[in-house]
Design a protein around this ligand. Sequence first.
Ligand code: FAD
Length: 581
Amino acid sequence: REDYEVREHDVLVIGAGGAGLRAAIAAAQRGLSVGVVTKSLLGKAHTVMAEGGIAAALGNVDPDDSWEQHFVDTMKSGKFLNNWRKVEIYAKEAPAGVIELEQWGALFNRTPEGKISQRPFGGHTYRRLAHVGDRTGLEMIRTLQEKLLATEAEVYMETTVTKLFKDERGRISGALAYTRESGRFVFFKVKAVIMATGGWGRIYKVTSNSWEGTGDGVILAYDAGAELVDMEMVQFHPTGMVWPPGVRGILVTEGVRGEGGILRNANGERFMERYDPERKELSTRDVVARANYTEVQEGRGSPHGGVYLDITHLGREKILKKLPTMYEQFLKLADVDITREPMEVFPTVHYNMGGIKVEPESCASTTVPGLFAAGEVAGGLHGANRLGGNSLGDLLVFGRRAGDGAADYIEQSVHAAGVPDEEIQAEIQRVLEPLERPAREGDESPYLLQEELQEAMMEHANLMRDEDSLLKGLEKVLSIKRRLSNVKVGGTRMFNPGWHTAQDVRYLTQISEIIIRCALERREKRGAQWRLDCDELVEEYGKINFVVKKTEQGEVGIERREIPPLPEHLAALFKEEKAKV
Ligand code: FAD
């Protein structure tokens, strides 16, 4: 029997990125006892890495902008798979989210009249991204963190959650975690959980995501019985670094194209004129990523297998003011001065449109009572392709709603019963198994399994897919899944990266299986799901989301769920838009 610490809160927020912090602030402001856990340090996560900005129809630079146009742009980019109610709420509430952040102390770039400045981004009709140079995420996290620390919420750093518990009536009742420093276990006895663990870029070898992007939350929720949606939709950002090899995949912000960056192939041709003559470099990410990929595939790439992104014409002074991180990133990591020479770029795995299915009306609740989800781990907002800037806005809008939703739930419901010690002990034994069982023949290294998985996903579930390749990928993923029970790691519990990877690889493998199975089901080209063996925008598939739920036998259950038709007031927006053209 293992000893563990018990901590009691009303709400446990899992994740301290923008979504988690915003949710925790909302719940704390409602007078609840809030615990926030993060498997890294406060202030880390992906939100702090965000560069280009927050999309919100403030209309500061282009007064014609409106929530209606933001709604239309987001739905069109998502190829209408989006949960339209979620998009409507988002488009309406994002401006208030940005203004609130400013009131809490965020220092945005300004227009000459002193308003929050907004920059253009792909697929947005108007200049819409509120930004702080190319360090928007840093300012957002700094501001939210300060606000959170002024509340009574308690933060648990370097603490990794491994399981959610439910009572006999199916309500969330607790979560188990271990601390990375000592390997000691902590049981959180709680009435509600807000999942805010971010994305899962780490299932691929080339990604802009950090080590934290292993998708823990989506599988913790799936294992607890929650539904997932749109899991086949993985966003490949058009511009990641390609050279030197050690930095491959690091993001080159869309802000570069927003500020006028031009893409050229090895022949010097501005090739986006062929792929999207109207919007060129400011086309949506799915289109630009495929264009970059195709140019290289067809032999018009740069020496290191990328295309060129040129911003030199902006001039040194402006580049240093608007894109200081990009300037330093290329100078330090690639010895390239972007004020004098073009960057070499290629698509990199960046974001996941799919995730835990939530109800926008009831404030980000999932199908499991007491479980809420916000931020990148939640699905529905972006459909088949996310517009740049719509993630940071999502964190503010649905982070707040999830915090309020959890507070409402706690006020209105009978509280869950405690968790029996045997259940907690069983989970502790499962987590300790790769570390504490004796070595035996056939043991597997978690690092090698992870690498194998990342390579399989790169090869078989890339931004262009077909049935044959997906089936081969599935075979490889299932073989890795079978081998997970042989994972063995050495060392002690203290700061043991092998042991952490043994946990991560389980999530990564399960997510990969789900992505491939959904990609096999969606037999069409639509946004990020580009099936070379199928037609584009097949009518039948435009009307359904694939919803995933774990079956009683523990298998991946996939259901076709019909998308409800747009209500009259939203459908009318597309008619008006046609009239404008
Ligand atoms: P994250 O910020 O990823 O936070 C996740 C948190 O969950 C972390 O604290 C992590 O430690 C914790 N966690 C995970 N698993 C566990 C576990 N098992 N136990 C405990 N804690 C756990 N979007 C935009 O809209 N505009 C941009 O300009 C932009 N630029 C970007 C640039 C880069 C380089 C990257 C990588 C992304 C960018 N994005 C941008 C996307 C956006 O930043 C992310 O989608 C968003 O920040 C995700 O926020 P989140 O709060 O959902 O998760």
